[in-house]
Design a protein around this ligand. Structure first.
Ligand code: PHE
Length: 438
């Protein structure tokens, strides 16, 4: 079979049996919402950037990266599930659409242009269809490193504690019940001294608590101006232990927001091996990564992640980088009716599974179904939910039933239009995934 090359902006790539990045996704690469003037993602980025004066910003790094950059340079093992074609968009075997901004860590460390840096960028993941998931979203990465040699007789730990003293003070309630280092769950790297890591972790945590204050104080402010009965609860955050292949120890930060704990970011002490490989073995420090959509949805009270991609002036005109106050609640422009349609099908029986069939394996992966729906319907589907699944008692064959919620954010869909889309989903399902409709 002939494989057409893929062009992303001016770059051309060979394709192969790993290629799974759809044209629709590739053509959105040029949107760069985080750079679009007055876009809520841009405003959110700038609010966070304002907390890191002196950090060098990298905001237009190209999204097509090697599997080495996205995974290997960060210590992801060869069999890590994140590498699978069901989760990641491959341009070809060695080339992916970055799945996180960490893909650029090693390169930016290697360039060694500043102690601190920030990277904001579009990232790509195959995932569910619902109001908080979209295959393209935006992250901001930050890192700060120090020279680990003692300078003028001052140890690394001492200099880091001094820098921490200079950070703005905050008065939020912080729950942090685990020790900085736990030998099994959150180990100290063999290259590091405990006193240095204690200082780096404290600096990291204080820096991020300040980010939360900046964001959530503004969000509370904006909800106060339109809701009259909110009780002003003090901001509460908690640190939980986490794991990333490229940091240790690692944490996630959660914020108590509207009665639940929300995970807002991942972070940790950068693996020394990564810094050594990047040619800066004498530097040590921290890194974090934060998802901008999640923050923007909270800040502006935006109910559906598809809205960020809307070109409708009724959405875009509500945000301005020079507004006073900067953050105000989004006012929905009428909710259009939902239209639910079910689709049930038998999967190919596993005995008939003969390996690769036109780009899909014989196994059913939910993300493939999700993408097929997006391919056919674009942004006209609000969510896709599994409503039933069973195995035939005799043949063992599996049956699935999904409920698709068709709803445009911008207009009322006609019956004809939804019926047509649903029929095209049914056909595509048979053609591309080889299922039998029930
Ligand atoms: N890249 C991680 C993610 O996407 C977040 C992260 C960044 C964690 C930097 C630690 C340090 O989940």
């Amino acid at each position: 079979s002939t494989n057409e090359p893929i062009t992303v902006q001016e770059h051309q790539y060979e394709t192969d049996e790993w290629t799974n990045a759809p044209a629709q996704i590739l053509s959105s690469v040029s949107r760069r919402l985080h750079l679009q003037k007055d876009h809520p993602i841009t405003i959110t980025r700038k609010i966070i950037e304002s907390r890191f004066p002196g950090f060098k910003t990298h905001n237009s790094l190209f999204p097509v990266v090697t599997t080495y950059q996205n995974f290997d340079s960060l210590g992801f093992q060869p069999d890590h599930p994140g590498r699978s074609r069901t989760d990641t968009y491959y341009v070809n075997k060695n080339t992916v659409l970055r799945t996180h901004t960490s893909a650029h860590q090693a390169d930016v460390f290697r360039a060694n242009e500043s102690d601190g840096y920030l990277i904001s960028a579009d990232v790509y993941r195959r995932d569910a269809v619902d109001r908080s998931h979209y295959p393209i979203f935006h992250q901001m990465e930050a890192a700060l490193t120090w020279d680990s040699n003692s300078l003028n007789g001052e140890s690394l730990a001492k200099r880091v504690w001094e820098d921490l003293e200079a950070l703005p003070k905050n008065s939020i309630e912080v729950l942090d019940e685990n020790p900085t280092i736990h030998p099994e769950r959150n180990p100290l790297q063999q290259e590091h001294k405990q006193e240095d890591v204690e200082a780096i972790a404290a600096h990291l945590k204080k820096s991020l608590e300040n980010v939360v204050v900046e964001i959530f104080a503004r969000a509370a402010e904006s909800s106060k101006s339109t809701t009259n009965n909110v009780t002003e609860a003090p901001l509460k955050v908690r640190w939980v232990e986490a794991y990333f292949p490229f940091t240790s120890p690692s944490w996630e930060l959660e914020v108590f927001w509207q009665d639940e704990w929300l995970e807002v970011l991942g972070c940790g002490v950068v693996k020394q091996q990564l810094l050594n490989n990047a040619g800066v073995p004498t530097r040590s420090g921290w890194a974090f990564g934060i998802g901008l959509e999640r923050i923007a949805m909270i800040l502006f009270n935006i109910p559906d992640i598809r809205l960020f991609w809307s070109q409708d002036p009724r959405f875009l005109s509500q945000f301005s980088e020079s507004a006073q106050p900067l953050v105000s609640r989004f006012v929905p422009f009428s909710k259009h009716p939902a239209c639910y349609k079910d689709i049930s099908f038998w999967l190919r029986s596993s005995s008939a599974a003969g390996g690769m069939v036109k780009g899909t394996t014989s196994d059913f992966h939910e993300n493939d179904f999700m993408e097929l729906v997006r391919d056919v319907c674009g942004d006209l589907v609000e969510d896709v939910r599994l409503t039933d699944e069973f195995a035939h008692p005799k043949s063992g064959r599996r049956s699935m039933c999904y409920r698709i919620n068709y709803r445009s954010l911008e207009r009322t869909l006609t019956n004809e239009e939804t019926n047509g889309m649903h029929e095209r989903v049914r056909q595509a399902l048979v053609e591309k995934m080889g299922v039998e409709l029930r």
